[in-house]
Design a binder for this molecule. Structure first.
Ligand code: SF4
Length: 78
């Protein structure tokens, strides 16, 4: 399991999450940041610093944002 960055990131791309992640598993894509699900340790530190509330635990991603689970996996070639 991992945390997932969803669509609000695309309008903001703020990067606070990158700075707080203890395992440096958040990387920039063209349109948004992505969390590497193989490296994320589920600490939740990125959630509270996201100014647009774009980050959810994989189990709690809203139905209309579920595609972002696969987008992160594809971004990292998983
Ligand atoms: Fe990094 Fe923790 Fe967020 Fe996972 S939950 S992306 S380890 S800050």
């Amino acid at each position: 399991m991992a945390y997932v960055i969803t669509s609000p990131c695309g309008a903001e791309k703020a990067a606070e999450c990158v700075e707080v992640c203890p395992v440096e598993c958040i990387e920039p894509g063209d349109d948004q940041f992505y969390i590497n699900p193989d490296i994320c340790i589920d600490c939740g530190a990125c959630v509270s610093v996201c100014p647009v509330d774009a980050i959810y635990h994989e189990d709690e991603v809203p139905d209309d944002e579920i595609e972002y689970v696969d987008l992160a996996r594809k971004f990292f070639g998983i």
